[in-house]
Design a protein around this ligand. Structure first.
Ligand SMILES: *Cc1c(COP(=O)(O)O)cnc(C)c1O
Length: 419
């Protein structure tokens, strides 16, 4: 099921009043739901000592959301300078930040090393010599290549630009040791929106097998393995949620097996983004136009600058029309934005109840890779973000972009290279 019944029950009756105060379009996030998912995750993996989630900041980089993550004891998975800045401004300490970049620049390495540094997760063996101040604690991203098949969003590991290959992994840690590393982690990220729990169990097994191999070759002990993000959420009504209870039980057993064989086991880290916030956000927009040509179209006051996923991946996002939940889906619509791109469609040939101008439309599951992925192409600006607090308040947590924001990059000192 897309959005939870609880979020829907608390949100839908409030939407007309929220619309009056804040005006569409907006993303709205559910504090109670995010906290509940966080608590579920912690409980599921409580059998693995040192378990920790590092929230993937890119999924929903709003500071109020990040504050919730911090309050739940989570760290941050950052991959750029602005993400590092935001995590540090919220008080994240070096070991609260996993810096998982790729194609990393010298400037990024220098920034990562500031303020006591962070957990540096290197994407390639060639980067070892480029790290200006080599940290004591180092991690590498492992890419299994042909050893694993991939999934739709992230692709086959063999074709993915990320990580060190299986053949390089022992050598990577050997060279890191030569540069002074004394503490070690191992990372992988091979799934995206994965709903088959067994794929994630196999990922945990894989990363522990690689850890075992490196430990045996170099006589080191890993402090943690990081299985990455990619836990899926059901975007479609007929999809079933990830079986977290069975998954965590099987993963915990794999860690127990490692501990039984070696007398120690690394902690498990993960960096879920979508699973933490995806279902706890919705994009609310108003229907402002309808047209009937070769197809029937409903035009919203939001466009793909608010939510790129349908255009980028052909993703399904469930849609409700406020007040028409019980009405028969007797129409077939393309639900579209205003961008001059024919893929600016939130839904294609979707069965929906008849929609009139002024109807409020709720697009589900916009809580991850939604607002964050937006852009300004065609002068279409990103909408505001709201939070439905656990106590029922609705709070503006980011204003909409303005025309002044759009022109802000014209504010610079003239600079010309003479002929
Ligand atoms: C995008 C990303 C994540 C989060 O992925 P989700 O699908 O949102 O869980 C985690 N780690 C890395 C390195 C990523 O690039």
């Amino acid at each position: 099921m897309p959005m939870s019944a609880s979020f829907k029950d608390r949100l839908f009756p409030r939407i007309p009043a929220i619309q009056q105060q804040f005006q569409t379009p907006f993303h709205i996030y559910d504090e109670a739901g995010i906290r509940e998912t966080g608590a579920t995750l912690i409980k599921a993996f409580s059998g693995i000592p040192g378990f920790r989630e590092f929230f993937a900041v890119k999924a929903l980089p709003n500071r109020e959301i990040l504050k919730l993550m911090k309050e739940m004891g989570f760290g941050f998975d950052c991959s750029s300078i602005p993400e590092l800045i935001q995590a540090r401004e919220l008080g994240a300490k070096p070991e609260d930040i996993m810096f998982t970049s790729n194609n990393t620049s010298q400037e990024e390495f220098e920034f990562a090393a500031k303020d006591g540094g962070c957990i540096l997760n290197l994407d390639d063996i060639s980067l070892i010599d480029k790290v200006p101040v080599f940290p004591e604690l180092i991690c590498f991203r492992y890419n299994p290549g042909p050893r694993r098949t991939g999934n739709v969003i992230i692709g086959n590991p063999e074709e993915a630009k990320y990580g060190v290959s299986h053949e390089q992994v022992v050598e990577a840690y050997r060279r890191a040791q030569a540069r002074g590393a004394k503490r070690f982690g191992l990372h992988t990220m091979v799934a995206s929106n994965e709903l088959d729990y067994t794929y994630i169990v196999e990922t945990a097994r894989m990363v522990l097998e690689v850890a075992e191999e490196v430990e045996a070759a170099l006589g080191i002990q890993f402090e943690f393995v990081n299985i990455g993000g990619g836990f899926g959420i059901p975007y479609r009504p007929e999809q079933k949620a990830l079986d977290l209870p069975t998954m965590s039980k099987e993963i915990t057993a794999i860690f127990d097996g490692f501990r039984a064989r070696h007398g120690h086991a690394p902690a498990m880290y993960m960096e879920s983004g979508r699973f933490m916030t995806g279902p706890h956000g919705a994009l609310v927009a108003t229907a402002i136009n309808s047209k009937d040509t070769y197809r029937k179209y409903i035009g919203l006051d939001a466009c793909m600058s608010s939510l790129m996923r349908p255009a980028l991946y052909g993703s399904y996002h469930h849609i409700d029309v406020l007040g028409k939940e019980g009405v028969e889906a007797s129409e077939v619509y393309d639900v579209v934005g205003s961008l001059c791109e024919n893929n600016d469609k939130f839904a294609i040939q979707r069965e929906l109840p008849p929609i009139e101008d002024g109807d409020l439309v709720v697009i589900h599951d916009s809580g991850a890779h939604g607002h964050a992925m937006g852009f300004q192409y065609n002068g279409r600006l990103r909408p505001k973000e709201l939070m439905l607090r656990a106590d029922g308040r609705v709070e503006l947590i980011r204003r909409a972009e303005t025309v002044e924001d759009y022109f802000a990059t014209y504010n610079f000192e003239p600079s010309v290279l003479k002929p």
